[in-house]
Structure formats: C-alpha cells, structure tokens
Design a protein around this ligand. Structure first.
Ligand SMILES: [Zn+2]
Length: 148
C-alpha cells in the first residue's frame, strides 16, 4: 500500500446494530449488493431508512439493487483515531447512483486524501466487519484497493 493512502477502520473494530428498518440494507451488503430504501408508494428514496416516507407517509418500502457507483457530495479527512494514530480516514457523504436523493456516509479508501475531490466517482466494495456483516466502503472507479 502506498504511504499516504486513506484507509477505513479495521473491520473487526466495526460493529453495527440493525433494526427492522435497516436490516435489508445490511443483508444486501452481506451479499455484495448496494441498495437504498425507496418508498413503495411514491418512489422517493430515503437514507437512512425510516419507517414512514417523509413525502407521502406510506410505510411501503422497496430495496432496489443499485450499481454501486456513487459521487462524492462532501468529505472530510480525519487524521488518527484512538489507538490508531497513523490512520488517515476519508469520511464522505456520497450521492448514490440510481437513487436520487439517497445519500450514504462511508469511507473512501485506496486514494491519497489530497486527490479526493467533490464530484469524483467512486464505487462500492464490501469489506468484512464484526459478527459476519459486511460494510460498503468506496474506492476510485477501477481501483482494486481493499481495506485488508
Ligand atoms: Zn412516499
């Protein structure tokens, strides 16, 4: 790995909590698919998932499979983490391709933080975390970087 490339936290340190609203997202990620919560009535996307559509109050939801591509809406570079002084994290807010209005907060890895720009295209990959789950992380399109 090149010296300054951004990483995400080691997977074994990442613990998630699922709820009935979020479990479809995590089950899809475990299977290597990126999805987002979409209203089954009016079609509006919403992330994070919630029980009611804020637009039409419907409780119907669908979970369409997305391409895994995303565009950087905003990001911040974080130097160091308790116990991991040398780590550099790029925490990004991402617009998900195929799900207008759905934004996901995740980390971008495999890139020098200085090279991350608003509007750049990234794509998801699925990195093992605690308890057998997988976390969608993002890397530049065409990159084969992982968080191992
Ligand atoms: Zn709706």
């Amino acid at each position: 790995m090149s010296g300054g490339a951004a990483q995400a936290l080691p997977g074994e340190q990442v613990h998630i909590t699922t709820s009935p609203d979020t479990e479809p997202f995590w089950e899809a990620a475990k299977a290597g698919r990126l999805t987002a919560c979409q209203c089954g009535n009016c079609g509006e996307f919403r992330m994070p998932p919630s029980p009611f559509c804020p637009n039409c109050q419907s409780k119907k939801v669908t979970w369409p499979e997305l391409s895994g591509r995303a565009t950087v809406f905003s990001f911040s570079v974080v130097h160091g983490f308790p116990g991991l002084e040398d780590i550099v994290l790029v925490a990004a807010v991402l617009d998900l391709d195929g799900a207008p209005g759905a934004r996901l907060v995740s980390d971008i890895v495999g890139i020098d933080p200085d090279d991350v720009t608003i509007g750049m295209e990234v794509e998801a990959f699925f990195s093992p975390i605690a308890d057998g789950w997988k976390l969608p992380l993002f890397r530049p399109v065409g990159s084969t970087a992982t968080n191992d």
